[in-house]
Design a protein around this ligand. Structure first.
Ligand SMILES: [Zn+2]
Ligand SMILES: [Zn+2]
Length: 268
């Protein structure tokens, strides 16, 4: 089992990441991909990836600038990111994208800035031949426009939408473009997230099993029945079991498929 997107590089795991990683390996998670959201957390994801390299399990890094940080960049950030992205065990550029949701902790960043930072990273990913790991919240239409306008910068396969949410139409369009689709613990929640109109369960039922990637987004989005606790990579197994049931597949069959998908996309 693979956790294709988490943040053991965040403060929440500062004190006990080693225990968390070992416990995930023990539970049967053999590969963990940590994603950066700005330059320092990207560098940390790389440092972690280089520290864990064993038959029990491996860590990888995805590096990039999240749209929430698009207004806090200093000159030369792209060159610095490129340097980090060229390090061993970096398997993708992310989490990058657009976010139009107004959070308590983060207001909406100027869409023009978000767009420019997103595009520069799409171009960097193309230059380095790395797939994209895209963050989208309520910005599907604009992300789609940007991707279509930058078609010549997309690899085959182009990448994945992490923690997918949105309309059935958006899902169909990104699948047509060759993207993989990531689901997290929030698929186990009842009801719709604020601003969403399509149940994640329906989206996962529609998406073909050979295009689904499972992730945790730890420390966030803890699946039921563990909700209320900090999320950790080993709970990816709970989410995979939940999706397998939705799709009427055995856990073993779904696990094999989603592992194969993640390995293929990120060349693990
Ligand atoms: Zn995200
Ligand atoms: Zn994330």
């Amino acid at each position: 089992m693979i956790d294709a997107h988490c943040h053991l590089n965040f403060h929440s795991f500062e004190k006990d990441y080693d225990g968390v990683i070992k416990s995930a390996f023990k539970a049967g998670v053999t590969k963990i991909i940590n994603a950066g959201t700005k330059l320092d957390s990207s560098q940390l994801a790389v440092d972690l990836a280089q520290r864990y390299n064993s038959p029990a399990g491996e860590l990888y890094a995805i590096v990039g600038v999240h749209p929430h940080h698009a207004d806090k960049l200093e000159e030369g950030w792209l060159e610095k990111l490129e340097k980090i992205a060229k390090k061993p065990k970096v398997v993708g550029i992310g989490e990058i994208g657009m976010d139009y949701f107004s959070y308590k902790s983060n207001d909406i960043v100027d869409p023009k800035l978000q767009k420019s930072v997103f595009i520069q990273q799409i171009e960097l990913a193309y230059k380095l031949k790395l797939p994209l790991q895209i963050h989208n919240r309520q910005a599907g239409r604009d992300i789609l426009d940007i991707l279509i306008n930058h078609k010549s910068y997309l690899l085959n396969p182009p990448g994945m939408f992490h923690c997918f949410a949105g309309s059935m139409d958006l899902l169909k369009k990104i699948l047509n473009m060759g993207f993989y689709v990531g689901f997290d613990g929030n698929i186990t929640y009842k009801g719709l997230a604020p601003g969403e109109d399509t149940d994640l369960k329906d989206l996962a039922r529609y998406a073909p099993a050979d295009r689904i990637i499972v992730e945790t987004d730890s420390p966030y989005l803890t699946p039921e029945p563990k909700r209320g606790n900090r999320n950790t990579p080993e709970y990816v197994i709970i989410t995979a079991g939940f999706i397998a049931k939705l799709k009427n597949l055995t856990f073993q069959d779904f696990e094999a498929k989603t592992t194969e998908n993640t390995v293929r996309l990120f060349k693990l």
